[in-house]
Write a protein that binds this ligand. Structure first.
Ligand code: KG4
Ligand code: ZN
Length: 345
């Protein structure tokens, strides 16, 4: 039985180590979503192994597509799906290929339109799905294991990167610090929870790019400062105060994110700021932003944790919006591993 539904988009995300598929009705109504995380597969290596990631995507993608269709009550996709939206960059080449090829197969079989979406535009739309009241212009900060960017969203489809990282992404720094403390992978959630019971003033780690009148980030020096401190303690044979190191590292990392966010806000005068990416789940970051929001007249928007990290709902929503702006892809769509959402200002 075909239900009377709005515009239906199937979203596919495979840019890194999560295979995600979702069915979205219109811009906001999630009919079904599944994420198959590879986190346990990559954990023994302390980070994502690209070749392994693509193989895992291949195993997961078709069962996940079947599962979302079933859960959405879609039995005749050629009649019920209106659009297939897939992440086509940036990301790992082998991982992107699996999603893009699956999407191209589906649009041919179902005879429906295809759209290739920028992963970062997807993260921006994670907030649109969850906060329909959020309209451009607004600032978006994407902070994940692969990205640390502040983007000015002038209109949907009109993006300008105000700043990004010179070296490591914020999540990558969390992962590296966790690794050197023996806390496992991914590091963000465990460092965050250790930090909540530690002293953030015990170690005076440097706040990256502090006081510089430029919107850019750098996390590799902070990670090295943590490394030297740990080595020093090890050489002395002292016990490593893991909680205090996590709290002191987290203070410096979050101070840097917040300082540059405030700089971008002052620079543009825009008072709506949307955060997304895995690090946007960070408890200290969320607490600090809520304090700023009360102090200044700035509204912060955050997706729920499941939509901070990589998911296909955000890709379906970005594709839906792009399609209605008149954008289209065709069967020549190919992965674009270093696709920038826009150029620097
Ligand atoms: O967005 P995401 O799932 O994948 C990427 O596209 O990278 O983000 C994963 C990253 C990892 O580096 C992880 O350590 C970090 O987000 N992360 C956190 C927290 N939860 C996840 N970092 C800090 N605090 C957290 N609570
Ligand atoms: Zn991401």
């Amino acid at each position: 039985m075909t239900m009377n539904r709005g515009f239906i988009t199937l979203g596919i995300e495979t840019s890194c180590d999560d295979t995600a598929v979702a069915v979205l009705e219109g811009q906001n109504n999630v009919l079904s979503e599944f994420v198959s995380s590879q986190v346990n597969d990559h954990a023994p290596f302390g980070g994502v192994v690209p070749e392994f990631a693509s193989r895992k995507h291949m195993e997961a993608i078709l069962p996940l597509i079947r599962a979302v269709l079933k859960e959405s009550g879609i039995s005749c996709p050629e009649n019920e799906i209106d659009l297939v939206s897939v992440t086509s960059g940036p990301g790992l080449m082998g991982s992107l290929l699996v999603g893009v090829m699956a999407a191209k197969g589906l649009v041919q079989a179902w005879d429906v339109p295809l759209i290739g979406v920028n992963h970062i535009e997807g993260h921006i739309f994670a907030n649109i799905v969850n906060h329909p009241e959020l309209k451009p212009p607004f600032l978006s900060m994407v902070v994940s294991g692969g990205h640390t960017e502040i983007i000015l969203v002038r209109a949907f489809g009109d993006y300008r990167i105000l700043g990004n990282t010179r070296d490591d992404a914020a999540g990558e720094a969390y992962d590296k610090v966790a690794k050197l403390l023996g806390l496992g992978y991914p590091g963000g959630p465990v460092v965050d929870s250790m930090a909540s019971i530690g002293s953030c003033s015990r170690y005076n780690f440097p706040v990256p790019m502090k006081g510089r009148n430029e919107i850019s980030f750098s996390f590799s020096g902070l990670k090295t400062a943590v490394l030297w401190e740990v080595k020093k303690l090890q050489e002395k044979g002292s016990e490593i105060p893991v909680e205090d190191i996590c709290a002191s590292f987290q203070r410096a990392a979050v101070d840097s994110l917040v300082e540059k966010l405030e700089l971008a806000q002052e620079f543009t005068g825009i008072d709506q700021i949307a955060l997304s990416g895995g690090v946007a789940s960070n408890s200290h970051l969320r607490k600090t932003l809520s304090e700023i929001s009360q102090r200044k007249k700035v509204d912060f928007f955050l997706p729920p944790p499941g939509h901070c990290t990589d998911n296909a709902v955000m890709i379906a929503a970005a594709g839906y919006n792009a399609f209605h702006r008149g954008e289209r892809s065709d069967l020549t769509l190919a992965p674009s591993p270093s696709w920038q959402i826009s150029n620097h200002m």
